[in-house]
Design a protein around this ligand. Structure first.
Ligand SMILES: C[S@@+](CC[C@H](N)C(=O)[O-])C[C@H]1O[C@@H](n2cnc3c(N)ncnc32)[C@H](O)[C@@H]1O
Length: 272
């Protein structure tokens, strides 16, 4: 049986779903976009770059505008259609991170912004990244910090734990937040032939018009959040959303809006 088969199916379905893919682009990525300047600033000059798990092409476009020659790759035709609409002159290709259609030594840098945690066989994806990178090439990635650090994930997970139906569980998957943990990231990347040169926290957030907007972002803008909420019986779904809204109201107030902090972790690594 393939690694994390149920999780692989959830991710494949999620990113090909109209609601989730559009919801990611219109809602979730307000926070992801805040990582872009830090990512772009790390890419060495005039590089040939692969933007892996490029989604709607937000990072691809920023890298191209910074003067790099960029190819965006993603396994979701739906996300690529968003990318081609956003950046019509961009070079985009449909490809799975676990099986890349490029020759070895094709790129100076591979960037993967909020992508690797969605991939079931991460060692395979990392070996593909290393294969397509030139010797001593750069690998730059971002991921979301876990609930030990992230106020948003603390609010979301605690509300699901308090009010969710215990029979609703996620399929087995790699730890979603493992790359935000420095020791784990170093060990996984070192096993894959990379040396971590830098790891730092980035301050990403959403500015919400209403406290209820946070649960909406998770239900309709992310495959895992969508699964965890939409599988709940209606009463549990409503109770989780009410708890999330109450925590947003009491913890994240900023003027007449709410700022929900979702810190990210940026890693810059080099192929050995
Ligand atoms: C959270 S989005 C990130 C999009 C964009 N990079 C950003 O920073 O906003 C994750 C993207 O990874 C893609 N993805 C997930 N699993 C993948 C895989 N196995 N191979 C290629 N792309 C994958 C999804 O289709 C989605 O577009």
């Amino acid at each position: 049986m393939a690694a994390y088969e149920g999780f692989a199916e959830l991710e494949t379905q999620g990113w090909s779903d109209n609601t989730i893919s559009s919801g990611y682009v219109t809602m979730f990525s307000e926070a992801s976009d805040m990582a872009i300047p830090s990512i772009v600033s790390q890419v060495e000059n005039s590089s040939r770059v692969l933007d892996l798990c490029c989604g709607q092409g937000n990072v691809t476009e920023a890298l191209a505008k910074a003067g790099h020659t960029v190819t965006g790759a993603d396994f979701s035709a739906k996300m690529l259609s968003h990318a081609r609409r956003r950046f019509p002159t961009g070079d985009f290709i449909e490809a799975d991170a676990q099986n890349l259609p490029f020759e070895e030594d094709s790129f100076d840098s591979v960037v993967c912004s909020f992508g690797l945690m969605h991939v079931p066989d991460q060692p395979k994806a990392l070996s593909e990244i290393r294969r397509v990178l030139k010797p001593k090439g750069q690998f730059i990635m971002t991921s979301w910090c876990g609930p030990d650090v992230s106020p948003v994930f603390q609010v979301f997970y605690s509300s699901v734990q308090e009010h969710g139906d215990p029979s609703v569980t996620m399929p087995d998957s790699p730890n979603f937040h493992q790359f935000a943990n420095e020791e784990m990231a170093k060990s996984i990347l070192s096993d894959a032939g990379f040396e971590v040169e830098k790891q730092e926290q980035l301050d990403c957030s959403w500015v919400l018009d209403e406290p209820g907007d946070l649960a909406e972002i998770f239900q309709n803008g992310a495959p895992r959040g969508g699964y965890l909420l939409s599988q709940q019986p209606a009463a549990n779904n409503a109770a989780i959303k009410a708890a999330v809204a109450e925590k947003v109201r009491s913890r994240f107030s900023e003027g007449d809006k709410w700022r929900a902090p979702i810190p990210a972790s940026l890693i810059v690594a080099r192929a050995n």
